[in-house]
Write a protein that binds this ligand. Structure first.
Ligand SMILES: [Zn+2]
Length: 603
């Protein structure tokens, strides 16, 4: 319904300029550096395609790509655009509950904010914030609030306003009493920092206890909303809604540790900053961030504990395709204090002079080696600690991580004057045994196995014709799918059918939003729709699946052959196949099934 209400030419036309050509529209592609109009929009088929870079999809994927948001967020944008009440339209996403949760959190944010602005209960909180140097305007911009210490302040407001108390319990604002029946406020005597998602919706809170609170000795200083379907501590970034537009201009995003650090930076005009939610930055953060930038700068206070943080960052940097740099602040000051003391320049300088994580660590190694009176052993130990970090990077599953580690070794070699081969050998020694085995296995196996043609075609049919899924569940069990990506999709299709939801491609896309294969589903479904007689074709494919299932050894070799990378491998497999066809009872071959554990390789 959201799709129908948003004409693709209208929507795309509101982002880029389109010119009608016959039944379709043409424009300059927004997804690559296009110089002549390569971008086609076909309103009748509700699809776009770039003939140059190959981008293809519908109105939802366009908004996803252009706004750099996820599937559910793109739906929200389109719903708002068409004036559709999401409550009624996205039940197919089973997101009705999410809407109600968002409403409850928004209501609470308003109460806390109003309290901080006006209530006599918040007088101490107001003077605390102004003593921290935060101005009214920035407090309003970030929607700060105050939760009084009474224990039933929010509860009473909710009862008065007729709110669904269970919903407030579900989002972690009310808790259930253990001593007697009833509910209580979970946030008490705390300054409330609303945590907002990219679209600016509040999804949770961080609460900082008042320094004057009688509970200060037994309560944690910071307390976050519990994880829910709205809020995940290890994914959320504080201030991302405010920072989002400043990232492109700065060319990177800076990540700090505290909420007030972020607010103070904004107050001083440094807007491309966010904070993690009391956790170290992780791969999930990076996955979100790469939508906006290729480069992240971590801001470390140069106090103790920083060393470990640097090692973790280096490991993350090596394993991802993003650039991670490290900015260090003058001794003993957090960003907020530094900004208050000296204004924005020292922080801006620290950000400008951030060094990439490897360079940073190399500097430490050199420092240890060149320290006056340093022993050879100390130098070796310092180098070992660097290689140990790199040895933890899981390169077996990721050719790009493997390449990056290789490049890093080359840099280390140049800088320290140690031969690359020596470094490589030492790195290998430092790896855990299991990782060594995995790597050896992987090197002899195909990395990007393509799916067998019948698997790909069957998936196309199923995605185009959800009615076929009911048959497929019984006739083609999950273990007959070999390609890991397609198997994952089949699993979702089957699960949806089982739970009584029609397994339509858009539902599958929303369920697999995190998976690399999600972006391919629409193309597969559209291929399937071109089949004039899907039911007949399904029968044919089924037969091919059955044949394969009865001759596993041959099947495995055939699949390998299909995806063989080079001529020599293919030839050997072919020889192997010829001998096996005679005796297909060699089941042992099955144990080396050519599946890739990750990615959607080759589709
Ligand atoms: Zn393009």
């Amino acid at each position: 319904m959201i799709k129908e209400a948003n004409d693709i030419a209208d929507v795309v036309g509101s982002y880029i300029s389109l010119r009608p050509v016959g039944q379709t529209f043409k424009g300059v592609c927004p997804f690559h550096d296009d110089h002549r109009p390569s971008f086609d929009v076909d309103p009748k088929r509700a699809r776009y395609r770039c003939w140059s870079c190959g981008k293809y999809g519908d109105v939802i994927s366009f908004v996803q790509e252009y706004e750099k948001v996820e599937f559910a967020e793109a739906l929200e944008i389109l719903a708002r655009r068409a004036g559709i009440d999401l409550e009624n339209s996205k039940n197919f996403l089973q997101n009705r509950a999410r809407g109600a949760m968002l409403d409850a959190v928004r209501w609470a944010a308003d109460q806390y904010h109003q309290c901080l602005q006006e209530s006599s209960l918040a007088a101490d909180a107001r003077s605390y914030l102004s003593s921290r140097g935060l101005e009214d305007e920035i407090i309003r911009q970030f929607g700060l609030g105050f939760a009084p210490g009474k224990g039933d302040w929010l509860l009473a407001k909710a009862q008065n306003d007729g709110l669904d108390l269970e919903m407030l319990e579900q989002v972690g604002l009310l808790g259930r009493r253990t001593d007697k029946p009833g509910l209580y406020d979970r946030f008490r005597d705390r300054v409330m920092f609303p945590i907002r998602n990219v679209l600016g919706n509040t999804v949770g809170f961080g609460g900082r206890i008042m320094p004057t609170s009688p509970m200060i000795d037994r309560a944690p200083k910071y307390y976050n909303s519990a994880d829910s379907t709205l809020f995940s501590k290890s994914e959320q970034l504080y201030g991302i809604d405010q920072a989002r537009n400043a990232i492109a201009k700065a060319g990177y995003l800076a990540v700090m540790e505290g909420y007030t650090d972020v607010m103070m930076a904004h107050q001083m005009g440094i807007c491309h900053v966010v904070a993690t939610m009391g956790t170290a930055i992780n791969a999930r953060h990076l996955r979100h961030l790469r939508r906006w930038t290729q480069k992240v700068v971590l801001v470390f206070d140069s106090d103790a504990g920083g060393e470990q943080g640097v090692d973790r960052a280096l490991e993350l940097f090596a394993a991802s395709d993003m650039d991670l740099a490290i900015a260090t602040l003058p001794e003993g000051l957090d960003p907020c204090d530094l900004l208050l003391k000296d204004g924005p320049e020292p922080l801006q300088n620290a950000l400008d002079n951030a060094v990439d994580a490897l360079e940073f660590k190399l500097g430490k190694v050199l420092e240890a080696q060149n320290a006056p009176g340093a022993s050879l052993e100390a130098g070796k130990k310092a180098l070992d600690s660097l290689l140990a970090v790199l040895s933890r990077v899981p390169v077996a599953d990721s050719p790009s991580a493997a390449l990056k580690v290789q490049l890093m070794l080359a840099r280390i070699s140049k800088k320290l004057g140690v031969h690359e081969q020596v470094l490589g050998k030492r790195l290998w020694e430092l790896k855990p045994r299991t990782e060594q085995i995995r790597e050896t296995e992987q090197q002899t196996e195909q990395r990007q196995a393509k799916p067998a043609p019948e698997e790909k075609e069957l998936m196309e049919l199923l995605l185009a014709n959800p009615d076929l899924v009911e048959r497929a569940i019984h006739e083609i069990p999950l273990d007959q799918w070999n390609h890991p990506g397609l198997k994952q999709v089949a699993g979702v299709l089957y699960a949806l059918q089982d739970e009584g939801t029609k397994p339509e491609v858009d539902v599958v896309r929303s369920r697999l939003a995190d998976s690399p294969i999600a972006s391919r589903l629409l193309g597969l479904a559209d291929n399937g729709r071109r089949n004039p007689d899907p039911f007949d074709w399904y029968g044919k494919l089924l037969k091919r699946f059955k044949e394969k299932a009865t001759t596993p050894a041959v099947r495995v070799i055939k699949d390998k052959l299909h995806s063989a990378a080079d001529h020599a491998t293919a030839l050997e497999l072919l020889r192997n196949l010829q001998s096996k066809s005679v005796d297909s009872s060699l089941g042992a071959v099955q144990s080396t099934s050519p599946t890739t554990p990750h990615g959607d390789g080759g589709i």
